[in-house]
Ligand binder design. Structure first.
Ligand code: PLP
Ligand code: ZN
Length: 397
């Protein structure tokens, strides 16, 4: 396991010692990164040791990268090491199937790590606002760890997100508003209630969990970078985590030297603050008014880590793309009928964006791309059925 040396602010670069649970930068409120001493792990022999030491053992999921994760006993439900499916139609497109995670989404990775650290610090009450899947994941890992979870979600989240959180025993509040309103409620109440806030990018460990997606996709491609990564972007934890992973992989000497992938942030046209800021050349986003999309995970009107994402998109020669809900639905149906995969709407936004960037020449068919299906379509039966106008027919007698 890696030893954390310090925490570093993503904005002003101030450094903070490892000294119990941390939240955001005390100077500028920027998100903090965990920084390690990775020197003892440098070189391919350490990388190849991962495959050697895990073969024949119980399945380790994302904890196969334990050597580059914080030193704590994992709270695990079997997250990570998800399939990398090759598309049946696009010769150079791979689908990273995150719907295979516990609780049916990639949020499991971040919450497994955040709850692992919370338990190691002895925290007893966690709270988070969520667009849906993060709530389900936090509820599950908190249940596994014997920790209280206090969750705030928009009242119209997919029913599965509400149901799972309640079944896992979390305290759930449905809010007449968006995730930004939920976040405000957590911020207002957390001190009085003694909650530790695990909101997106307001503590450093969800990023650490999500960075395993970067390690994993590189290993699954034979320790090589793809040309581009499509990431359906709400709060941006996965995008930020993967970029951190690529920096660490370079430092470790575990990846074949070469250009890091172009990072492609995909949003719905009904809530696209990052796309708008990217197109205007701005350093941060502005609150998106009247955010609305059936890709509920993308309904984040003002991401806390917008400035980090915008920096990554530019540094990687990537782009931010928005897709109207109708096109998201078309791509969802297309992949279901032609690939046998029931994408979540957020994942279908990414597949639609891939079609778009092939059509406009930003990418060529020979570019190797990884498209993230961040969750299982089956968590969205109510919203997809409504959007697609599919109803159960009356039974024949
Ligand atoms: C299925 C799905 N995809 C993508 C996202 C966006 O994730 P992030 O906040 O890491 O950008 C979410 C967030 O709720 C989600 O549930
Ligand atoms: Zn700072």
């Amino acid at each position: 396991m890696a030893k954390i040396l310090r925490f570093e602010c993503s904005r002003c670069k101030a450094e903070f010692p490892l000294d119990g649970p941390v939240t955001v930068c005390a100077k500028c409120a920027g998100s903090l990164y965990a920084r390690y001493d990775l020197s003892a792990l440098h070189g391919r022999e350490h990388r190849d040791e991962i495959a050697r030491s895990t073969s024949g053992k119980a399945w380790l999921g994302m904890w196969r990268y334990r050597s580059a994760l914080p030193d704590a006993e994992p709270v695990t439900l079997g997250e990570g090491w998800t399939p990398m499916l090759r598309s049946r139609r696009y010769p150079n497109a791979y689908l990273k199937e995150e719907g295979a995670n516990p609780t049916g989404s990639f949020k499991a990775r971040g919450m497994a790590m955040a709850v692992t650290m919370a338990r190691s610090y002895g925290l007893e009450k966690l709270a988070a606002p969520s667009a849906g899947n993060a709530a389900g994941a936090l509820a599950a890992y908190a249940a596994a760890a014997g920790i209280e979870a206090h969750l705030f979600m928009p009242k119209d989240v997919p029913f599965a997100n509400y149901l799972e959180a309640v079944l896992y025993g979390a305290k759930v509040t449905l809010v007449d508003g968006l995730i930004s309103d939920c976040g405000r409620m957590v911020a207002e109440r957390k001190d009085k209630e003694g909650w530790f806030d695990v909101s997106t990018l307001k503590e450093p460990f969800r990023v650490e969990g999500k960075k395993t997606m970067g390690y994993e996709l590189v290993e699954q491609l034979g320790w090589e970078y793809p040309d581009a990564v499509f990431y359906p972007t709400g709060g941006g934890v996965g995008l930020i985590g993967m970029w951190k992973a690529f920096a660490e992989l370079g430092e470790l000497g575990w990846v074949r030297p070469g250009k890091r992938p172009r990072m492609i942030a995909v949003q719905s046209a009904g809530c696209a603050p990052v796309v708008r800021a990217f197109e205007r050349g701005e350093k941060a986003s502005e609150m998106w008014k009247d955010a609305a999309t059936f890709a509920s995970g993308l309904r984040v009107p003002k991401p806390y880590g917008d400035y980090i994402m915008l920096e990554i998109l530019r540094e990687s020669a990537g782009i931010a793309v928005s897709v109207p809900d109708e096109q998201i639905l078309t791509s969802l149906r297309d992949w279901a009928e032609n690939e046998g995969v029931f994408l979540c709407p957020e994942g279908a936004a990414a597949t639609a964006a891939y079609d778009h960037l092939l059509a406009n020449g930003f990418l060529k068919p020979q570019d190797r791309v990884v498209i993230f299906n961040t969750g299982a379509g089956l968590k969205y039966t109510d919203v997809v059925a409504e959007m697609a106008g599919i109803h159960r027919p009356t039974a024949a007698k």
